[in-house]
Design a protein around this ligand. Structure first.
Ligand code: AMP
Ligand code: GLY
Length: 420
């Protein structure tokens, strides 16, 4: 099979690494890819939002499947354009992806289908926001409506902070994404990322992981796109996983189909495991980053038939996915200043060394013509390892981190602490 992989992050590097192991693969091209992905397959410098360019590239390489990584490509309708061109693709249509790309759509959808989630209000003015805040108590949860790369959420401990966050967002801090704000009831519990593959009708649980969203050790500092993950996440017992699938994921897949937005691809449920059971923090319309990194390490199956089955609508005929018994961990090395103002251009040494018991995915790097690797983004490297136990995986990952010379970056030293 010829596969076009769209994206450039650590998630896409992990997907490329796993897809490259498939005996079904003839040729893989990534657009735009990254210096890390370029070590695995051909890359083409196209933007993930260049719909016409990507459709043309898929035609040029006679792609049997296009795998869409990032939500930005879904939001501009890449899946729709590929489908229209008769090209099989893994990833939902623009309309189905609104489950992620519009928090206002997502929250009203959850309410329409009576799915367990926080009470909320969608506000376009400071006055309506203040009125809704009056109905809540601290801590307050305030979100920009549109895509803000995981950074458009403020958990305010005081009303003054809440008012300030609302003013900040409506005042244009996130551009158009903040034209509306969503204010939510605060849910208390442990978070877990749950994945399900979907082909429009059928959904299959496809692994789960726990992410560390805060920037610094001890879960303090600003919210980020994710500073590290591990899988399996033992907080999600088999019983809770079944409950989450039955009560949160399946009704959503059915609801989207019933509303004329059948979902094909991977539905990512961000769960809060509360005293009353799993409740939805949000849905995403794509694989998690850096959750995918640990899932790809643990997946025992060839990933390609799974991705193709989602595109072809044949998931019901697939067996259950199989996972390695080992634990996997991913430590994110981020650029100094992340998430607010990451500093790019710092030299990195020792990232691409072949390691027997760890793998390093590139999340935001650039390579100079002379081969020097530099940071080029907020999250820069994802250092991942498997182990018989989580402790062993963690020791291996941090041993690998210690061999990487990246003075312009930082990482959390406590990934996996909740489970250890
Ligand atoms: P989101 O971008 O919606 O996933 O939110 C980012 C993070 O903010 C989540 O991973 C949670 O840690 C936190 N969060 C969001 N919504 C809530 C909520 N209603 N209650 C508690 N924490 C929340
Ligand atoms: N790690 C969280 C996300 O991918 O949104």
């Amino acid at each position: 099979m010829n596969i076009l992989l769209v994206g450039s992050g650590g998630r896409e590097h992990a997907l490329a690494w796993k897809i490259a192991q498939s005996p079904l693969l003839t040729r893989m091209v990534a657009a735009p890819g990254s210096p890390g992905i370029a070590l695995i397959c051909e890359t083409r410098p196209l933007k993930v939002t260049d719909v016409d360019g990507l459709v043309a590239l898929a035609r040029e390489i006679a792609a049997d499947l296009v795998v869409i990584g990032p939500e930005a490509a879904l939001e501009v309708g890449l899946a729709d354009a590929l489908t229209e061109a008769g090209i099989a693709c893994f990833g939902p249509t623009k309309a189905a992806a609104e489950i992620e790309t519009s928090k206002a759509f997502s929250k009203t959808f959850l309410a329409r289908h009576d799915l367990p989630t926080a009470a909320f209000g969608v506000c376009e003015t400071a006055e309506t926001a203040a009125a809704f805040l009056d109905t809540q108590s601290a801590p307050y949860v305030i979100k920009a409506d549109g895509l803000a790369a995981g950074k458009g959420v403020v958990i305010a401990l005081t009303r003054a902070e809440a008012d300030e966050a609302v003013a900040d967002m409506l005042g244009g801090r996130f551009g158009a994404a903040g034209a509306r704000v969503v204010i939510e009831e605060f849910m208390d519990g442990e978070e877990c990322s749950f994945f399900a593959l979907c082909d429009g009708e059928t959904a299959v649980p496809f692994g789960y992981a726990q992410d560390h969203k805060r920037a610094f050790d001890g879960d303090i500092g600003p919210n980020t796109g994710g500073m590290g993950t591990y899988s399996p996440a033992l907080v999600l017992t088999q019983a809770l996983a079944k409950q989450a699938f039955d009560e949160c994921v399946l009704p959503a897949v059915k609801g989207l189909a019933a509303e004329g937005r059948p979902f094909k691809g991977v539905l990512f449920a961000g769960l809060m495991l509360t005293e009353d059971g799993p409740r939805l923090v949000e849905f995403n319309a794509r694989f998690g980053d850096p959750e995918t990194q640990v899932l790809m390490l643990r997946l025992a199956d060839d990933i390609v038939p799974w991705l193709k089955a989602c595109a072809d609508g044949t998931l019901a005929a697939m067996p259950r996915p199989t996972w390695r018994d080992e634990s996997a961990i991913c430590v994110v090395m981020a650029a100094n200043g992340y998430p607010d103002s990451p500093v790019s251009g710092a030299i990195i040494r020792g990232a691409d060394v072949k390691r027997p018991d760890a793998v390093v995915f590139h999340a935001g790097t650039a390579r100079d013509p002379d081969g020097t690797l530099r940071s080029a983004g907020g999250r820069v490297l994802n250092v991942c390892a498997l182990g018989a136990t989580l402790q062993e995986a963690r020791d291996r990952a941090y041993a690998a981190v210690a061999t990487i010379d990246f003075p312009g970056g930082f990482y959390r030293s406590d990934i996996g602490w909740r489970a250890l």
